[in-house]
Design a protein around this ligand. Structure first.
Ligand SMILES: C[S@@+](CC[C@H](N)C(=O)[O-])C[C@H]1O[C@@H](n2cnc3c(N)ncnc32)[C@H](O)[C@@H]1O
Length: 207
């Protein structure tokens, strides 16, 4: 199944599963991001899903643009902007390589739960680096399933065959850290955020 089709199908129940079912992880993510951002920040939320994180961050920054490849995720995000009347957040159904995004135009990029999914991840990291101003922050959180045992990975692989999971890269934490540091970033924080799925929090500064 195409990645976009998979996420279109997941969009309707995404908030219920993520924000409500796993609220402790959601809160850690939001609190971590907020502690690093200020009201002068211009933020890109890469692979923003239904926009929940962008909209929670919006009151604390100058503006936020959420982008995602899934049409239905973006439609839900746009509906929330209208309902909540938030005027410094916008959403667009584009990927990170879209020409309308300019180099050196964001002071922070949020990349939550996407690096294990993005095709050609090293190229994506290079592009995110290009979009940041020098000194800008990449704030990321990534499930590193390469850290999990054989049984866990077999279950993921079965779920993929059944169309219940998208194509996933089984990253190891040192591999992820090394990819980030070799892409013109200096890692300033790296820690396990959620043990069950080896979710790693990494904050890196564009050199
Ligand atoms: C697990 S969700 C994460 C959503 C949100 N960042 C969060 O943490 O709740 C993954 C999202 O990435 C999007 N996606 C996958 N590959 C993408 C890409 N190359 N460019 C933009 N969005 C992408 C999917 O459509 C989906 O909405």
């Amino acid at each position: 199944m195409k990645n976009e089709t998979f996420w279109d199908k997941k969009s309707k129940n995404y908030d219920k599963r993520y924000k409500k079912k796993n609220y402790s992880l959601y809160k850690k993510t939001i609190d971590g991001a907020r502690s690093l951002l200020t009201n002068s920040d211009v933020v890109l939320d890469f692979a923003c899903g239904t926009g929940e994180i962008s909209l929670d961050i919006a009151p604390h920054v100058q503006k936020v643009l959420g982008i995602d490849k899934s049409e239905k995720m973006i439609a839900l995000a746009n509906k929330k902007v209208r309902e909540r009347q938030i005027d410094n957040a916008s959403f667009s159904q584009i990927d990170a390589f879209d020409q309308r995004l300019e180099s050196n135009s964001f002071s922070a990029i949020l990349s939550f739960h996407i690096f294990h999914l993005a095709d050609d991840f090293p190229k994506v990291l290079t592009r995110l680096n290009d979009l940041l101003v020098p000194g800008g922050l990449l704030i990321s959180q990534t499930p590193c399933f390469g850290e999990k045992g054989w049984f866990f990975r077999s279950m993921i692989s079965l779920a993929q065959k059944l169309g219940l999971a998208p194509p996933i890269r089984s990253l190891r934490i040192p591999e992820l850290e090394s990819l980030v540091s070799s892409t013109n970033f200096e890692i300033i924080e790296t820690k396990i955020q959620y043990e069950k799925y080896s979710v790693q929090w990494i904050v890196a500064k564009k050199i």
